[in-house]
Design a protein. Structure first.
Length: 279
């Protein structure tokens, strides 16, 4: 399975990026404008945050979906076992830990600006017969969205007491339009091909992995596949130490019509119930 590495600065980047999403649902972006030193600083601050009891002050709001989600809170769609992770939801309107500097806010804004460009690339390179079904251009869908989400994830080391079959991130597809994933601090991301085989996704420090979500698959009538992926447990080349990652889940504003069947809000609410985050 060939997940392409695309140089953001190359002239053919929009074409190669979109082609990789069409063929595999994933693309690796290099030479992008996000500063690696900023990423490193954000990771370091959240490492300290997750290791303290201060996180419990920000326990998540089940209605607003912001704040801290404790270990064993979320399960993937179709799975009963909870993922071996804890995480924090950052929204522009949500609670922001006072123990964290503004570096995370800066990173959020920079990633959001980048994703607007990437959606423009996809819009430009999508065949007319496909994008004629978009209710509005892709990069306009996110204007005034209140649900663009930066999730800071901590996967703790395994201690041997995990339930049989439990893994860090069970096989799933993302709900949103596209996900921009800042390279994790350890390997573990895998993607499934059309033959049901799993492949490691190599993402060097400082690179970004971008994948298609269910909403883009829905809006494009299946032209862009929402590819199944997972985070595997330590073993082989993966050390049994903490792993951190930061995906930005890019969502349309609630009123955007994804298809004849769903608005963005309707689709999101249905999926949140399926993964146990909403009643």
């Amino acid at each position: 399975m060939n997940v392409r590495k695309v140089n953001y600065k190359q002239k053919d980047a929009p074409y190669e990026f979109t082609r990789s999403l069409k063929q595999t649902g994933f693309s690796i972006l290099t030479h992008h404008p996000i500063d690696k030193s900023l990423i490193d600083k954000v990771y370091l601050e959240w490492k300290d945050f997750f290791s303290s009891n201060l996180k419990d002050k920000y326990l998540f709001d089940p209605i607003k979906q912001d704040g801290y989600f404790p270990f064993l809170t979320e399960n993937a769609k179709g799975h009963s076992l909870k993922d071996l992770k804890e995480f924090y939801h950052i929204y522009p309107w949500g609670r922001y830990p006072k123990e964290i500097s503004d570096a995370t806010e800066i990173l959020y804004k920079q990633l959001l600006e980048l994703t607007s460009t990437l959606l423009g690339w996809i819009q430009e390179e999508t065949p007319e017969k496909v994008k004629s079904n978009f209710s509005v251009p892709l990069n306009e869908m996110i204007i005034d969205s209140k649900t663009n989400l930066l999730r800071i994830i901590h996967y703790p080391p395994l201690d041997g007491n995990e339930k049989d079959g439990a893994i860090r991130g069970a096989a799933h597809e993302d709900i949103n339009l596209i996900t921009v994933l800042v390279a994790g601090t350890q390997p573990g991301l895998q993607v499934k091909d059309i033959n049901e085989s799993w492949h490691d996704v190599s993402c060097d420090p400082g690179c970004l992995a971008i994948n298609t979500g269910d909403m883009l698959q829905e809006a494009s009538g299946g032209y862009f596949p929402s590819t199944t992926h997972q985070i595997v447990n330590p073993g082989n080349n993966i050390k049994n130490i903490s792993r951190y990652s930061m995906p930005l889940f890019l969502h349309p504003r609630d009123s955007v019509q994804l298809s004849d069947k769903y608005t963005a809000r309707e689709y999101l609410d249905e999926r949140l119930m399926e993964i146990g985050l909403k009643d």
